[in-house]
Design a protein around this ligand. Structure first.
Ligand code: FAD
Length: 327
C-alpha cells in the first residue's frame, strides 16, 4: 500500500496534499500497490468525493472530536497506528509545516528513515528512486531509503495535482479507532491566523514585482506596488529589503523565504544572489532591472534592462497605462 497523509485546513483539503495524492497514485500504478489516503480529524466524510476524484482506492479515517484541531502528539499517534495496522510500503505527505512535523515525529517513533522535500519519485527494478532538493533547492540528491515503510515529504508544487479516478472508481472506506488520552492532547493548535495582506497572495500571483536593496527605501516600493497592481500581481522582496524594514518578512523570496513560480517576475534592484534566485527559479520569464550591467541577475534573466529602477519602473508604468488605455 502507498499511504498518503491528507491534510485539512479550515475545513478544506490542502492543495499540496492533492499533489501528494497524485504522486502517490503514480507510485501506486507503477508498483501495482493500492493507493490509500489517511485523513485525521472530525467530519471527514465530506472529503471522500475529492479522494475518489484523485484516484484513492482506500480512505482510512481516524475520526474524533478530539482531533478537530491539530495536536502533534495525537496526530502522530494516529499516523503511527495507521502505519502499524496497514504496513504500507511508502508513506507520503506534503512538506507543509504540519506534514514535516508529523512525518518527522513518526520516523523518530518508529525508527524509520525519512526523506524530506522530495522532487521526483520512481520505481526502477523494484527499487525506489528518490530525488530531493538540498542546499535550499540549488542541488538535487538521489537517495535511497533502506527502512520500510519509506517516509517521504514532497516539496510543494514539485508534483502538479491532477485528478484521475481509480479505474473502477471504487473507494473503500475504513475507520481506525485510536484511543486518545489526556497526555496526547497537551498541545493543541487552537486557531490558525492568516497573515493580513492586501491583494493577491505572493505564492499564487501570476506576476511578481520584487525589489531589493536597489529600491532604496520603504517609499521606493510604492512604484513597485503600482506596477504589480497594473498586472493584478504581488510585491516580493529580497532579504536585504526585509532586513532593512522596507517590506514585511512574509514577502521575502528565497532560500529562507517563500518560493514563487509566476509567469512573469520583475527583479528590481536585485543582484541575483543564489539564496534569492532559488525562490524564483521557477518563474517562466524573469525581467531584471539593474543599473550595474555586470550584476549576476542578468545571467539568470530572460530580459534585462540596464538602468536606474527609479526611472525604468515609472516609465514601464506609464507605458503599460498607455497600452491599457488603448484597450
Ligand atoms: C543562509 C542565507 C540565507 C539567505 N536567504 C535569502 C533569501 O531567502 N532571500 C534573499 O533574497 N536573500 C537571502 N540571503 C541573502 C543573499 O545572499 C543576498 O545577500 C541578498 O539576496 C541580496 O539582496 P539584494 O539583491 O537586495 O542586495 P544586493 O546584493 O546588495 O544587490 C542590490 C542590487 O541593486 C542594484 N541597484 C542599486 N541601486 C539601483 C538602482 N537605483 N536601480 C537599479 N539597480 C540598482 C545594484 O547594482 C545591486 O546589483 C541569504 C543569505 C544567506 C547566507
Amino acid at each position: 500500500m502507498i499511504l498518503t497523509f491528507i491534510e485539512e485546513r479550515k475545513g478544506a483539503l490542502v492543495d499540496t496534499s492533492l499533489e501528494a495524492l497524485t504522486a502517490g497514485r503514480r507510485l501506486a500504478r507503477a508498483s501495482g500497490l493500492p493507493l490509500a489516503a489517511l485523513l485525521i480529524g472530525a467530519d471527514l466524510e465530506r472529503h471522500l468525493p475529492k479522494l475518489r476524484e484523485f484516484g484513492a482506492e482506500r480512505a482510512i479515517l481516524v475520526e474524533s472530536d478530539k482531533l478537530r484541531a491539530y495536536s502533534p502528539a495525537a496526530y502522530t499517534k494516529a499516523l503511527v497506528q495507521a502505519i502499524k495496522a496497514r504496513s504500507p510500503k511508502v508513506v507520503l505527505a506534503s512538506a507543509t509545516a504540519l506534514g514535516k512535523e508529523l512525518l518527522g515525529r513518526a520516523a523518530a517513533r518508529l525508527d524509520l528513515g525519512l526523506a524530506t522535500g522530495c522532487t521526483e519519485l520512481s520505481f526502477q527494478d523494484g527499487r525506489m528512486k528518490i530525488t530531493r532538493a538540498v542546499w535550499g533547492g540549488i542541488l538535487f540528491a538521489e537517495v535511497e531509503l533502506l527502512s520500510e515503510p519509506r517516509l517521504l515529504t514532497l516539496a510543494p508544487h514539485a508534483f502538479p495535482a491532477e485528478p484521475e479516478p481509480a479505474p473502477n472508481n471504487r473507494l473503500e472506506v475504513e475507520r481506525l479507532e485510536v484511543p486518545l488520552e489526556e497526555a496526547d492532547l497537551k498541545l493543541v493548535v487552537r486557531e490558525l491566523l492568516e497573515a493580513v495582506r492586501k491583494g493577491v497572495s505572493l505564492t499564487e500571483a501570476e506576476v511578481v514585482v520584487a525589489g531589493g536593496r536597489g529600491v532604496g527605501s520603504e517609499e521606493g516600493f510604492k512604484k513597485l506596488e503600482e506596477l504589480a497592481a497594473l498586472f493584478g500581481g504581488a510585491v516580493g522582496a529580497t532579504r536585504i529589503a526585509v532586513n532593512n524594514g522596507w517590506r514585511p518578512a512574509e514577502e521575502q523570496i528565497g532560500q529562507t523565504g517563500v518560493r514563487v513560480a509566476p509567469k512573469l517576475y520583475f527583479a528590481c534592484g536585485i543582484s541575483g544572489a543564489v539564496q534569492h534566485m532559488v525562490g524564483c527559479k521557477d518563474a517562466k520569464i524573469i525581467v531584471a532591472i539593474n543599473k550595474d550591467p555586470q550584476a549576476p541577475i542578468f545571467a539568470r534573466a530572460d530580459y534585462g534592462i540596464v538602468g536606474d529602477l527609479h526611472e525604468v519602473v515609472p516609465a514601464l508604468i506609464e507605458e503599460i497605462k498607455r497600452l491599457k488605455g488603448r484597450g
